[in-house]
Design a protein. Sequence first.
Length: 139
Amino acid sequence: MDVKKCLEKGFLKRVKPDKMEIKKELSESKNDMEDAKNSLKNGKYKWAIIQAYYSMFHSARTVLVSNGYRERKHFAITIVLEHLVRSKKLESYFVDDFKAAIFAREEADYSSVYSKERAEQILTAAEEFADRMEKLVSF
């Protein structure tokens, strides 16, 4: 599936880029990142993974809003990120990291599969992801 198909099916919708919305999503991303770090420090590895994923989710949303999109399904974020890779605006490993975080969150949340090592990996990826997404955002 591509961005055009997501728009046609209603998985994405066009929105006017909104600086306040972008700032709100950046703030949410940073809050989730701090929560993830605290959870990791306190040995709450499941929550560290979940919060790190949501930090990535909100970081990615800043890019969507900046580019005039709002997702209606989480997977549509991946579609937009893949479009940015094809457009040579984003390195492909960031999409891989986002997909890995989705999988880790689902395993932690739905199957109670998590570890300190996995939480550390996802948190590191989330920090790098957030930095890269912020560079893609145009104010």
